[in-house]
Structures are given as structure tokens and as C-alpha cells.
Design a protein. Structure first.
Length: 245
């Protein structure tokens, strides 16, 4: 299900949080309201972690991760890195990256299988993304924008991309990612999808300005209407058994 929330009067929830199927990161803020919304929805299933990166609150724009790992920029301090490693489950690899394009959340978008990255990202960084997150990596742009993380959001179920994306680009990206995609907006017409929305396989959080139409599009493409973690596990198990038999 999709939940509307705000971080201290800002609707850009994707700037202040990161959400995956294995954990959630929230910025340290003056108010606990934002954190408690995440905790209420997620605490039964995954850890929700208070953190900052380089002493700043825009954790969603500088970090990127999936259920296997988390990538943080070179500006992340040793204390913050240690805090993340202690708070996250042992199975999740936390890796600091020396990369010129340090706003990793703007330059990389990933699910548990595939990642799209900024066309100018270092070859070394591309290799680290593949190793740490266990994904195939493709250099792409979305509707002419190199910042794929800002203008696209994907999960293992589906994806939402910039509203000006052409039908041809949608089909190409969809076949590349092997998930259904739809062009849309959040926060009453904002095309910066990555900043206005965080989503995993069973839950989404978007800004308070998001209209009911936008929410229905989000819930439809990410298959959130009847999604819960146990149902997803059952579906995966069923499909696994089907392939084995």
C-alpha cells in the first residue's frame, strides 16, 4: 500500500529516506513524525535506521542499495559507516565508493536484479555496483536525462519513469529490466520520481501532495494493492517449486 508522508514540510520523501526489501534508512530530523511513519509500516518486517551521511540529511540522494548491499559515497564518515554496519543485518554488505559523481541515489537506480547507471560513471564503480548489489549494470538515460536515479523508481514488481519518456524508450527499458514500466508523476505533477517516492516490493511512501490518481498508478504498477511480505515469499516459493518440478 502507498502511504503519504512529509519530512518537515517537504514532500520530497525520496531525498530523506532510502527503502529496500531488507532495510530502510531515514534522515535524522528535528521531528520524529517522518521516522515513525516508516516504523509503523515496516518495523515488523525490516529494520528502520536513523542515519546521516557526511553529517547531512539527504540520505536518499547519496545512498543506493538493495536486499544484498548498500553503497555510500566517499564523504560518508567512519562513524556513520560503522553505525550502518552495526545496525544492518550481517548479510548486507555496506561499501563506501570513491566516485566523482557522489550523489549515488541520483546516478543509480536498482532493484534486486538489474541496475541502471549514469552514462559517465566510472568503470570501477560499475564493477563495484555489480559485485556488492549482485545485479546486472546498464548505462542508460531516461527521457534524455542522465540522472536515472532522479527520474525513475524500480522494484522487482514494476517501475515508474519520467512522464516525457517515449513509448519506444519505455519498451526498450522494460525489456532491459524485465519488468512492466509506466510513465507518471508524483506530488501533484512532479516529474522527479526518485525524490518524491520510495518503494519496495510491498510498501511505498510518497509526498503529502501526491494525488489519489497518482497513488492508484503507483499501487497499480508496483502491485501494492494486496502485497505483504509473507504473500511475496509464498509467491516466490510457489514459482520456485514450479520451476523445479
Amino acid at each position: 500500500m502507498a502511504v503519504r508522508t512529509q519530512f518537515e514540510n517537504s514532500n520530497e520523501v525520496g531525498v530523506f529516506s532510502t527503502l529496500t526489501n531488507a532495510y530502510a534508512l531515514c534522515a535524522i530530523g528535528g521531528s520524529e513524525n517522518f521516522y515513525s511513519v516508516f516504523e509503523q509500516e515496516l518495523a515488523d518486517h525490516i529494520p528502520v535506521i536513523h542515519t546521516s551521511i557526511a553529517g547531512c540529511r539527504f540520505v536518499g540522494r547519496v545512498t543506493v542499495g538493495n536486499r544484498r548491499g548498500l553503497l555510500v559515497p566517499s564523504t560518508c564518515t567512519d562513524a556513520e559507516l560503522m553505525h550502518l554496519r552495526n545496525a544492518l543485518p550481517d548479510s548486507i554488505v555496506v561499501q563506501r565508493i570513491e566516485e566523482r559523481l557522489s550523489a549515488l541515489g541520483n546516478c543509480i537506480v536498482t532493484n534486486d536484479h538489474v541496475a541502471l547507471v549514469h552514462t559517465d560513471i566510472d568503470r570501477e564503480t560499475e564493477d563495484i555496483i555489480g559485485d556488492v548489489l549482485g545485479v546486472e549494470v546498464f548505462r542508460q538515460n531516461i527521457a534524455g536525462n542522465a540522472l536515472v536515479g532522479s527520474y525513475c523508481k524500480i522494484t522487482n514488481q514494476g517501475g515508474l519513469v519520467h512522464p516525457r519518456t517515449t513509448v519506444e524508450d519505455l519498451e526498450e527499458l522494460s525489456s532491459l529490466l524485465q519488468i512492466p514500466l509506466v510513465a507518471g508523476t508524483v506530488n501533484r505533477g512532479s516529474d522527479v520520481i526518485g525524490a518524491g517516492l520510495v518503494v519496495n516490493d510491498w510498501c511505498a511512501f510518497c509526498g503529502l501532495d501526491t494525488t489519489s490518481t497518482e497513488i492508484s498508478v503507483v499501487e497499480g504498477i508496483f502491485k501494492l494493492q494486496d502485497a505483504n511480505p509473507s504473500k511475496i515469499v509464498q509467491d516466490m516459493r510457489a514459482s520456485l517449486i514450479d520451476t523445479l518440478t
